[in-house]
Design a binder for this molecule. Structure first.
Ligand code: GTP
Ligand code: MG
Length: 224
């Protein structure tokens, strides 16, 4: 519990046995529920997560968005916090993000990795890709977006009932932000967070995922 609210953390994982151990070891004690979505991992992610006290939910169909939809469906907290299982997002920043959300006047807050402090944390290709996608999203939705691809969000669970979340892929990250910013009852803000290099093997395929995410922005804007 935090300020009278039940807190759930949701972490999608595909082969993150190294990273998830470090992430869960630093999880604040006030977090009531930790849901690790095991996306058909072939390593010991699920066993490690269970040993560290997390609730493991299985999603056999691969896909970042798919994993999130299954995890969010199982969440029971009033407030949900998301991050990767690769230790790249600041677990220690959770109480700070909660304080900001509680005072923000919106229901959805996204952690922005930009302006990027630690340049080693993101390859040049990822950096340019993220910047281009954020610029296109800003133009399409008439609103400056610092980090359209950020994977750390904090929001009230009730906001989910007003969102239409279709994507099963990495595009889910931009989709949930779009659903928050186009829905006045939800509201959307960004707050700076630190970002560090991931632990474990990279899964993201920059060109494939980059193109898909770019096309998805136009689909979301013009087709919905
Ligand atoms: N890529 C990918 N990640 C998944 C999938 N299912 C779950 N995940 C998890 O989703 C989170 C984000 O994926 P990452 O591969 O870290 O993507 P990224 O953060 O954009 O790329 P990195 O800079 O390599 O960390 C990680 O915790 C993954 O383990 C999947 O099917 N594909
Ligand atoms: Mg990552």
């Amino acid at each position: 519990m935090y300020s009278g609210k039940m807190i759930t953390v949701v972490i999608p994982c595909l082969n993150e046995e190294k990273g998830i151990k470090k992430v869960l070891a630093r999880m604040p004690r006030f977090v009531d529920e930790i849901i690790v979505v095991d996306n058909n991992s072939t390593d010991r992610t699920a066993q490690v997560a269970k040993q560290m006290g997390a609730r493991v939910v299985y999603e056999k169909i691969r896909g970042y968005g798919r994993a999130y939809k299954t995890g969010l469906m199982n969440a029971r907290g009033d407030i949900i916090i998301t991050l990767d299982g690769d230790q790249s997002y600041p677990v220690d920043g959770i109480s700070y993000l909660l304080e900001v959300l509680l005072r923000s006047g919106v229901q959805f807050l996204s952690g922005s990795r930009f302006p990027l402090q630690n340049r080693q944390a993101m390859s040049f290709k990822h950096y340019v890709g993220n910047k281009v996608l954020s610029l296109v999203m800003s133009v399409l939705f008439f609103r400056w977006i610092w980090d359209s691809q950020s994977g750390m969000w904090i929001f009230y669970r009730e906001a989910l009932s007003r969102m239409r979340l279709d994507s099963d892929t990495m595009a889910f990250s931009e989709e949930i932000k779009i659903e928050a910013l186009i829905n006045r009852d939800i509201g959307f803000k960004e707050i700076y967070i630190d970002y560090t290099s991931r632990v474990g093997e990279i899964k993201l395929q920059p060109w494939r995922d980059g193109w898909r995410n770019l096309l998805y922005l136009f689909k979301k804007r013009f087709v919905h």
